[in-house]
Design a protein around this ligand. Structure first.
Ligand code: GLC
Ligand code: CA
Length: 593
């Protein structure tokens, strides 16, 4: 197929013009997610820590990102890898001390990197002082009112208050006397408490004034320490529908909560006009209008600080017009674009989700964000190597169909180049710049994701994307830890991905990311425009758009494309066999000479 791009200006239909307001840093930032327990281990116990992050921070500067977001490092029994917080103002000894945090943040500032921390307001750990107080104070006490305790149904309260299921599997309610007993614990009443996730993650009651006050004070605690923003965990979950009505639809995070009566979650990755892939989040536990008042009050707290501090919503909400409500002018600054992450590798599907994302965010004056990997999903280098029909599995285990690693990486590199040229802010997950796949053959004995147990070993869960990072091909644990310890074993395939190998190899995934980030900055793509090259507007095989003076073309499934004379490829996701031929599963950035 030959591209008939004129060398002056292609025929484009303009979707997005640059934002004209103030240039806050988060509008175009590339933000790197650090998963502390798997980034770098400085004290050799096999678990990554804050001192390790500080030691390796130069890697982020070298890569060329603008900011880092750290998954939780707070005091926690680690029942959900730290997303079960026992004290929001303390660092878990596993990860270090507040001094370590300050040293890390100071180094980040020196390197001109913004720092975003994770806030988990939907639930606490059952080790949190409040929960312990709630248990011992008993039914009807103000201490219990901070959480979602209810009497059971049935003759003797033997049935849970409603039929909700936990995201990690099993019922979302636990009865107090099922876990504790009078003789040993001094607690044995028959109330039930709600936990949308693990039993060890009781949901907070956001109608309680003390809960609201305390979280504002937690925001201030970290803002005073100089953090530039917060990633808000389960931002769509804090407020539940009044009366906690039963829900017969399916409840899930990644795919969204599916409409009542649906028997199957739709995951084939074909978005509808709204950009939605998962069927919406219409259940009574998610995306209730009441959450927005919380974010309006947090916005006011953030505003009293200098430096454009930002809130980013982790909200698995569809349609995108609902998601955009979280980033209205007086609420948060960003929301993760999971509809984009869950869209299949298909030009028409991608065009639909990009259109909807930009349209809905432009409507409220917020930047669109883009993301392909994080600590909850199979890494895109593995996901994209799976046969169609297994688009977003909850983990890949050694007995599951295995991805085609080479195809996955080739597509992942193309997908990343495409993503980094889109206007808005982009999120990278640690290791993707090394072309890291998931550990897809991890032995089940090592699994730690609570979803693995709670779902009765039917889904591998998220450990595969959380395996420690390879830094040096020839060091123990590939340089992750001085002693060679690693809380999850690393597969042999990680050797070739090690940062030192990647940095020494021309055309490595690392050098592609580095070059993309440099060009993105030089051409100001994050604050740029977007127009579709109309020649391809209706094909399912080619996606082509223009942002500022760069044309970005991805051959998603068709024959090789011949670029016209007078154009030049400045970056390609795979080596090109001829200067103007774009093969299948390749993305190129083109300029006109
Ligand atoms: C978010 C986190 C996930 C965690 C869950 C419960 O989705 O990203 O890792 O398990 O919230 O806190
Ligand atoms: Ca450690």
């Amino acid at each position: 197929m030959a591209l008939t791009l004129t060398t002056t200006s292609p025929d484009v239909s303009i979707l997005h013009t640059p934002h004209s307001g103030p240039a806050q840093w988060w509008r175009n930032a590339v933000i790197y997610q650090v998963y502390p327990r798997s980034f770098a281990d400085a004290n050799g116990d096999g678990i990554g820590d804050i001192a390790g992050i500080t030691q390796r921070l130069d890697h982020l500067r070298e890569l060329g990102v603008d900011a880092l977001w750290l998954s939780p490092f707070y005091k926690s029994p680690q029942a959900d890898a730290g997303y079960d917080v026992a004290d929001y103002r303390q660092i878990d000894p596993l990860f270090g001390t507040l001094d370590d945090f300050d040293a890390m943040a100071a180094k980040a500032r020196e390197l001109n990197l913004k720092v975003i921390v994770d806030l988990v307001p939907n639930h606490t750990s059952d080790d949190h002082e409040w929960f312990k107080e709630a248990l011992s104070a008993g039914p009807g006490s103000p201490e219990r009112d901070r959480y979602m305790f209810r009497d059971g149904k049935g003759k003797n309260g033997e049935l849970p208050p409603n039929n909700w299921q936990s995201i990690f599997g099993g019922p979302a309610w636990t009865r107090v006397d099922q876990r504790w007993n009078a003789s040993e614990d001094g607690i044995a009443d028959q109330q039930w408490y709600l936990h949308m996730f693990d039993t060890r993650q009781p949901d907070l009651n956001w109608d309680n004034a003390e809960v609201r006050e305390d979280f504002e004070s937690i925001l201030r605690f970290w803002l005073d320490r100089g953090v530039d923003g917060f990633r808000i965990d389960v931002a769509h979950g804090m407020v539940k529908a009044a009366g906690l009505p039963d829900w017969n639809g399916l409840t899930s995070m990644v795919e969204g909560t599916t409409a009542e009566g649906a028997t199957q979650i739709k995951t084939d990755g074909t978005p509808n006009e709204d950009g939605g892939n998962g069927g919406g989040n219409s259940g009574p536990m998610f995306d209730q209008d009441g959450v927005h008042e919380i974010y309006r009050s947090w916005h006011k707290v953030m505003e009293t600080y200098d430096g454009d501090r930002a809130l980013v919503a982790e909200a698995w909400v569809e349609p995108l017009s609902r998601l955009a409500m979280y980033v209205r002018e007086d609420e948060m600054q960003q929301a993760f674009n999971f509809s984009y992450l869950t869209t299949k590798w298909d030009a028409a599907a991608l065009r639909t989700v990009i259109n909807a994302s930009i349209r809905e965010n432009d409507n409220v004056g917020a930047p669109t964000t883009w993301v392909l990997s994080n600590h909850d999903v199979v890494r895109h280098a593995s996901r994209m190597g799976l046969a169609t029909g297994e688009l977003n599995p909850n983990g890949i285990g050694k007995n599951d169909p295995q991805p085609d690693a080479a195809l996955g990486l080739r597509r992942a590199r193309a997908a990343t180049l495409q993503m980094l040229a889109l206007p808005g802010s982009a999120y990278l997950y640690q290791g993707e710049e090394l072309g890291l796949p998931d550990h897809t053959t991890l032995d089940d004995q090592y699994r730690q994701d609570p979803a693995w147990e709670r779902k009765g070993h039917t889904e591998a869960g998220r450990d595969g994307c959380r395996v420690p990072i390879p830094w040096e091909a020839d060091s123990p644990a590939y340089g992750f830890s001085t002693t060679g310890q690693s809380w999850l074993p690393q597969p042999d395939t990680y050797k070739a991905c090690a940062a030192d190998v990647q940095k020494a190899t021309a055309n490595s995934t690392f050098s592609m990311y580095q070059r993309a980030l440099k060009l993105r900055r030089e051409h100001n793509l994050g604050l740029g425009s977007l127009g579709w090259v109309t020649e391809f507007e209706h094909t399912g095989e080619v996606l082509a758009f223009e942002n500022n003076n760069i044309i970005v073309l991805t051959n998603i499934g068709g024959d090789a494309i011949e670029l016209p004379q007078g154009t030049r490829v400045v970056l390609s996701s795979a080596p090109m066999h001829s200067a103007l031929t774009v093969e299948r599963d390749v993305c190129v950035w083109i300029v006109r000479d």
